[in-house]
Design a protein around this ligand. Structure first.
Ligand code: 13P
Ligand code: SF4
Length: 303
């Protein structure tokens, strides 16, 4: 039996579901039951009635799935698949920042650890960050807002809602590799292509784009648009899904350098071993889990 058939067989026997982020390797996306962005994956994790979730993504995503489905077994096939941006802030540094701004509301990007989320008022993803902040400002228009950890996402949202934030100097090393000159060169080569980028990109990059969206938003736009060519400013793994869903359209990565090494740690072998050994199980301390869940549930209520 080949490895894909072995995974399918074991998945059925163990009542498991495979969730994969849009940046996963093509062969992982192809065996997944659901492929999506951080928001879609956490909603899917909370809805599934499978007993086991094999999460093909990075640690904070699997942790979010565990927080929303504490009774399920959540597995991350490579325990070292982390997110360097999420690791740029810890709970102690956040508390120190909050102590300097005692009246501020804290909004954390989902790319944070459960320990950090436990000290936040609202969680958000790139798909709903603008909406979450607009919602906060609706009732408190002069409220101080701490937005962590992505300075570029913070700058993008801040410009959209026209409100200054207290920001953290975090960033995604993969998206930081996308430079404005890459977009300008790609536009010169493909003058008819629409430019779609992720809000984790630098403001000098988002300002050159036709569309700024989460990975799910980017995929939906490419599907719906009457345009035939697209320049894609995010991790290049998403192009597999875009090509699959739109075989007649053409997708150009802004730069081949936009690769997230952590997302690429998950392989078919590791998915199989994960199902065989129930490894690596994600656990979160109960008090952290309860507190972190509040910020995620507040987000889900708004969206
Ligand atoms: P999305 O929620 O848009 O999929 O983004 C997650 C992420 O880590 C992007 O780098
Ligand atoms: Fe983290 Fe960036 Fe990788 Fe997304 S692409 S998981 S933000 S390092």
């Amino acid at each position: 039996m080949n490895i894909v058939d072995q995974i399918k067989k074991l998945k059925k026997e163990k009542n498991a579901v495979i969730l994969a982020h849009n940046y996963q390797l093509p062969e992982i996306q192809d065996i997944a039951d659901f492929v999506g962005d951080s928001l879609g994956l956490s909603i899917e994790a909370s809805r599934t009635d499978a007993a086991i979730i094999v999460f093909c993504g990075v640690h904070f995503m699997a942790e979010t799935a565990k927080i929303l489905s504490p009774q399920k077994i959540v597995l991350l096939p490579d325990k070292n698949a982390g997110c360097p941006m999420a690791d740029m802030i810890d709970a102690e540094s956040l508390m120190a920042l909050q102590a300097r701004h005692p009246d501020a509301v804290t909004v954390c990007y989902v790319n944070t650890s459960a320990a950090v989320k436990a000290y936040c008022d609202y969680c958000c993803t790139s798909a709903n960050a603008v909406k979450i902040v607009q919602n906060i400002l609706l009732n408190h228009k002069d409220k101080e807002i701490i937005f962590i950890p992505d300075k570029y996402l913070a700058q993008y949202v801040s410009a959209q809602v026209k409100h200054d934030f207290i920001i953290w100097e975090g960033y995604c090393p993969t998206h930081a590799k996308i430079m404005p000159e890459n977009i300008l060169e790609a536009k010169k080569l493909h003058p008819n292509a629409k430019v779609i980028v992720h809000p984790e990109c630098r403001p000098t990059v988002t300002s050159l784009a036709d569309v700024v969206a989460s990975t799910e938003g980017m995929s939906k736009y490419a599907k719906k648009s009457p345009d035939m060519e697209f320049i894609i400013g995010t991790e290049i793994g998403i192009i597999h899904r875009m090509k699959k869903e739109n075989p007649d359209k053409i997708f150009y990565p802004v730069t081949e350098k936009a690769v997230c090494p952590n997302m690429k740690k998950i392989t078919l072998e590791k998915v199989l071993w994960s199902l065989e050994d129930l490894s690596f199980e994600i656990t979160v301390e109960p008090d952290i889990m309860e507190k972190a869940r509040l910020s995620i549930e507040r987000m889900l209520k708004i969206v």
